[in-house]
Ligand binder design. Structure first.
Ligand code: ATP
Length: 355
């Protein structure tokens, strides 16, 4: 039986995180059913200043036990560890909770949002699957630095880690049911052993999905193809760092980071957050685009609905997407990053009114 009240852990974080989360919470409340218990937990660079830890154990535990987690953005450029790296509790959380699948839908809502010419709304519609817990990020916090002269970070690709992200990608292509269904393997298999291995595992998993087209692209060439012919893509799967980079490139095709939602999904937990960071340059000015966060909340609803067999939640997700589409497809509607004049809360309110 479907669960009609979901416990959601809310991690607002730093910079523009709290501003965009606030709008997402109002939108979620506006759909009426299902209902939510939102509980806020401390996390981020500000939390480190307050209590000496950017990711307290109690916050991790709350994320583990909640039905899902909504996260704003974390980290501030002036607050760093001794080795010079920024605090990234959102990345630590992925590893602790094994949120291996970074799901990043890229959709063009309005032709004016794209720097590319001649593309109508809906002409760009693909999903990037970023492997979230290994790859080049495996040595995060553990890379080697010798005598302040040599520094090494390693690419770690495992069979089981690759199998599960590639399988997720193929299953998603089947669920999207586009014609043709296609999964593009993004790698650098012509140069790196680790990437040739990634591709060989992709091929093995692809054998289980004969109706889905196989497609291959080296990450450098893909960066060009995404700009030249973004219509060709359906689902793309990549190791962690490549997935990170092509996600920002892809966001740029549809209006920027403020339009790019994401979900970090694991076997037992899931965190939904916009693809952008804390954008300290625009924090507190009402300039942040809340759409990426609001669409991430919709992704959360869809995920909850599928998992709990809750038709109301699945429908709620679609309603939020439609409301966003209705508003941002209008000429000049939106925050300045997408060519509008609305503030963060005006845009949030407009979406709520449609709902
Ligand atoms: P991170 O490494 O944490 O992902 P970043 O340093 O790459 O962060 P972001 O914080 O994502 O950068 O922001 C990059 C730029 O994009 C910002 O300077 C900001 O101008 C713009 N930006 C990001 N998110 C938004 C948003 N929601 N609305 C408007 N502009 C945004």
């Amino acid at each position: 039986m479907s669960k009609k009240v979901y416990d959601i852990a809310v991690l607002k974080g730093d910079g523009i995180g709290p501003e965009v989360v606030e709008e997402a919470l109002v939108v979620l409340q506006a759909i009426g059913t299902p209902r939510f218990n939102f509980t806020e937990y401390p996390c981020g660079a500000g939390c480190y200043l307050d209590c000496g830890d950017p990711l307290p154990d109690s916050t991790v535990e709350a994320c583990r036990t909640a039905d899902a987690v909504l996260l704003g953005a974390m980290g501030l450029p002036d607050i760093r560890w001794k080795d010079g790296t920024e605090m990234r509790p959102q990345i630590d959380l992925r590893i602790i909770l094994d949120l291996y699948a970074g799901v990043r839908p890229i959709y063009l809502y309005n032709r004016d949002h794209s720097p590319l010419r001649g593309l109508d709304a809906g002409a760009i519609d693909f999903v990037i699957l970023r492997e979230n817990v290994e790859g080049l990020f495996a040595s995060m916090n553990g890379g080697i630095e010798l005598r302040r002269e040599v520094a090494v970070d390693s690419m770690v690709i495992t069979r089981s880690g690759t199998e599960r992200i590639v399988r997720y990608a193929f299953e998603l292509a089947v669920q999207r049911a586009r014609s043709p269904m296609r999964v593009t393997c993004v790698d650098k298999a012509n140069v790196f052993k680790s990437m040739a291995f990634f591709r060989s595992v992709y091929d093995q998993v692809a054998g289980d999905f004969p109706d889905v087209e196989r497609d291959y692209a080296y990450v450098d060439a893909l960066s060009m193809y995404l700009v030249q012919r973004p219509k060709d893509y359906d689902v793309l799967v990549a190791e962690n760092m490549y997935g990170d980079i092509i996600s920002d490139l892809a966001a740029g095709l549809v209006g920027g980071l403020g339009m790019a939602p994401s979900g970090d999904i694991g076997p037992d937990a899931a965190v939904f957050q916009p693809s952008h960071g804390t954008a300290p340059d625009i924090a507190g000015k009402g300039l942040a685009n809340p759409v990426a966060m609001i669409l991430s909340a919709a992704l959360m609803l869809k995920w909850l609905g599928d998992r709990e067999d809750d038709g109301d939640a699945v429908q709620g997700a679609a309603r939020i997407e439609n409301a966003v589409q209705f508003i941002v497809s209008q000429a000049g509607a939106g925050t300045p990053d997408i060519g509008g004049t609305m503030t963060t809360s005006e845009l949030g309110k407009a979406i709520v009114e449609v709902l």
